[in-house]
Design a protein. Sequence first.
Length: 408
Amino acid sequence: MPDVSKRTEQLTGSPIRRLAPFAVAAKKRGRTVYHLNIGQPDIPTPKAFMDGVRNAQIEVLSYSPSMGLPATLDALVSYYAEHNIELSSDEMCVTIGGSEAFTFALQTTMNPGDEVLIPEPFYPNYLGNAIVADVNLVPISTRAENGFHLPPSEEIEARITTRTRAIMFSNPGNPTGVVYTREELERVVRLALKYELFVISDEVYREYVYEGKATSVFDFPELREHAILVDSISKRLSACGARIGVIASHNKPFMATIGKLAQVRLSPPSLGQYGLAAFLRDPSHTETIETMIRKFRSRRDTLYDAIQTIPGAICQKPAGAFYMCVKFPQLDDSEAFARWLLTDFESDKETVMVAPGSGFYATPGKGNDEVRIAYVLEEKKIVRAVEVLGRGLAAYEKVRKEVETPVS
Ligand SMILES: Cc1ncc(COP(=O)(O)O)c(C=O)c1O
């Protein structure tokens, strides 16, 4: 039998998806499973978006232009202008989700064996993409104790080599919810200019910021040729299935290459583009998003308060996205714990599913005492789920102690 490629043999699969069969089995046994593991918003996709899809006058569902439909690109130009980001339609390309945008970003900026710096913990699909692009992710350590903000510049600079071509991050962050301050991004900008690096900024959670505003990579005029924006409507519009994202840059050779890559994959989805253009034309689109943000802010506060009741929990209140990474020093294998919650634990026929922290790190052994919690549940359920999680942690510790000190 012919072998699959060496590159793809390194792919590990998603740690969250690996646990899914255990959740299915727990439900079959009659357990209620609270899903604190999911990154998919539960809020209905805005009506204006869905109407845009329903009312599109389509006789033939044809390919769209490789860079995106002109009406969608025009609507995006206005959207970014509303956020003080000046982009023309030829400085952006509609992609198949943010996923294709960061795939394109890595393929366009990196040669095989090159390095990209990345604050860790990070969104796990960056690693899969780096493997496929034959690129090395070089992690920059961040810590729960200070809310996963960036370390001092010297620590980042020490990781730069002759192979380093870019620094990449999500801001607001998945899995941490960190929102980088302007000051810490200024430090990144200085390093990017000093070492001629691209800055790939994944801003798919741009509006999901609960204090102040997120700083965009385009807020630094001096970074004009270095800045690459990765964007998506999946989370902001609760439209993960539309598969619509954006890659944008002022760098002309970069965008010319994106144009060629875009042709290689033919075209982005048409239906989602009709929906997006209609949504952005709707005069109340900003209000619609603001309503969603209010909901998530309230959920974040509820989750944060609930987590404080669990002994030992270490986390700062995250400022953005809809995730929280919590360190539980009593854990030493977060994946085993997450599995055990589904296979061996119940509290009044209920259990909880969390995302093990280890899946968000490239450095072996890191994240074994952390879990990521997504607050995409109604508040009553969040409170209950955290109660169950707290009981699960206490029971797990007891079981572990019993195993470690067998009665003689
Ligand atoms: C930080 C970040 N970037 C990109 C994506 C990819 O989203 P999509 O491809 O649906 O746009 C996700 C999804 O969870 C994410 O969390």
